[in-house]
Unconditional design. Structure first.
Length: 486
């Protein structure tokens, strides 16, 4: 499984010229990230630090750097969900943009990379350990023999964005027709009127929508079925009450859905709605081995067939867990990110030569006007009661790695400080990875649990998930009552 994922990464890299230079990456100011001696540097103009995905990406990278030493690297990253940002850095030389999804499959340009919603991967491991506890308390045979899906529905003005929404309508329709096999509900966004466009309109043909006549008819019946849009929110700890967990493409255009991050480890059978989009670990997936695949036409028959085959069910559950451990656990994410950076260094030897030589690196930065024409900020995180929060720091003349980027004059310094203040204010507008645990009515906030974890035996600190689960179980769950994560 790992080898197939690495082969796809190599194939994607081979599409780019090995003669790219350091300046090609730095010229893409809104997307480049510089890693030097396990420190992270970005431009003040990096994407939009007030938005969640760009910030969560940096939080994820920072937390991985706290777990292991990674050689210096420079890369470009786009947080778009559909993978069409690969040309955002085309300044004469196409760059190997890291993308979190490719909407139309592996052949789209760019390199696949984990999506940002894992946040701090150490916290992610702790969160998953808690879900493991909940999963263990819900024996598979006692779970509902149905496929669960929860998400949102949003209408758009153009057909190009309808691909993900149309799949979601399909799941709702089949749930309405077969409630004994599928439990799908959706939350309408913005309380807008949910109306179906004329899908036979010529403008919709290029978007590749697959429309079934009975689905259109059934959709009209859904208007009389308001329960499909009521009580649609369900916390992830409730997912372990179902034997099958369905994933659908993202609501905005049919790219990845963050829901998929959560369902591989819950002890249920993973059901993927047939879609074109890909993520970084998809080369390791095999229909009938790691998951089952369905669409509007066959998902019901597929569920019926698999439910009758307990041997296949057990294989699917075991292999889904293996996918989680290999790719989606904190250790799996760290392994992939480290491998991706290593391959970048091996491919772009001209860039690596600059990164590994302190004097040469600072010479290039000085020649580019770092500290005057453009600036770099160091990014770090700290754990507050609201979760992981980004810190931004300007570069000073005594910086051990990039002193060439020290701010050169008072005017530039004041402008940079204003940028920092604006950025920090925006970051305060949302919190990242904030959880609480309720146990027998008593509340434990996640940050205290993280502090507690620091006092666990060394094996738990070093990513031994089994040991960590056992520790948390002993310390927090000495009762027969279930734990709820909210």
């Amino acid at each position: 499984a790992w080898d197939s994922v690495m082969r796809e990464l190599d194939r994607s890299l081979n599409e780019f010229s090995e003669h790219l230079i350091f300046e090609d990456f730095v010229a893409c100011e809104k997307h480049f990230v510089l890693l030097i001696n396990n420190r992270i540097f970005v431009s003040p103009n990096y994407e939009n630090l007030g938005k969640r995905k760009p910030s969560d990406h940096l939080i994820m990278i920072y937390s991985i750097l706290q777990r292991r030493q990674i050689s210096s690297a420079v890369y470009v990253f786009d947080s778009g969900a559909r993978g069409n940002g690969y040309d955002n850095c085309d300044n004469g030389h196409r760059l190997p943009m890291f993308l979190i999804s490719k909407k139309f499959g592996f052949n789209m340009p760019g390199l696949l990379f984990p999506n940002p919603f894992f946040g701090n991967v150490t916290n992610w491991d702790i969160e998953r350990s808690l879900y493991d506890e909940y999963s263990d308390r819900n024996a598979f045979k006692k779970r509902k023999a149905r496929a669960l899906w929860r998400g949102s529905i949003e209408c758009f003005k153009d057909c190009a964005k309808d691909m993900g929404i149309w799949q979601r309508w399909g799941a709702l329709v089949q749930s309405w027709k077969h409630p004994d096999l599928l439990d799908a509900k959706a939350t309408p966004k913005h309380n807008e009127a949910l109306s179906i466009r004329n899908v036979s309109h010529i403008d919709c043909e290029p978007s590749g929508l697959v429309v079934y006549p009975d689905m259109v008819a059934a959709y009209k019946e859904l208007q009389k079925f308001p329960s499909a849009f009521q009580d649609s929110h369900l916390d992830h700890h409730k997912y372990v009450e179902y034997q099958f967990l369905l994933n659908l493409a993202g609501s905005k255009g049919g790219g990845y859905s963050r829901n998929l991050n959560h369902i591989w480890s819950l002890g249920s059978v993973v059901v993927l709605w047939d879609a074109h989009f890909t993520e970084w670990y998809f080369p390791a997936l095999h229909d009938g081995e790691t998951h089952i695949t369905g669409d509007y036409n066959n998902v019901i028959d597929t569920l019926k067939s698999v439910r009758r085959d307990p041997v296949m069910v057990e294989k699917l559950r075991t292999n889904a867990r293996q996918i989680f451990e290999t790719f989606i656990s904190g250790e799996g994410l760290s392994n992939y990110v480290a491998a991706a950076f290593k391959k970048l260094r091996e491919k772009f030897h001209n860039v690596t030569k600059v990164l590994d030589d302190h004097l040469e690196l600072n010479g290039h930065l000085k020649q580019l006007g770092c500290g005057s024409k453009f600036h770099l900020l160091e990014v770090s995180i700290f754990d507050s009661r609201k979760g992981a929060v980004l810190n931004q720091h300007s570069i000073t003349s005594d910086d051990p790695d990039i002193p060439a980027c020290a701010v050169q004059d008072d005017t530039a310094k004041e402008k940079l400080l204003e940028t920092l203040r604006t950025g920090q204010q925006a970051l305060k507008s949302f919190s990242v990875k904030s959880w609480s645990l309720y146990l027998n009515g008593e509340k434990y906030d996640m940050i205290n649990m993280i502090k507690m974890l620091k006092h666990t035996p060394a094996a738990a600190k070093n990513g031994d998930t089994t040991h960590r689960r056992r520790y948390l179980s002993q310390e927090l769950t000495e009762s027969s009552g279930p734990a709820c994560i909210v």
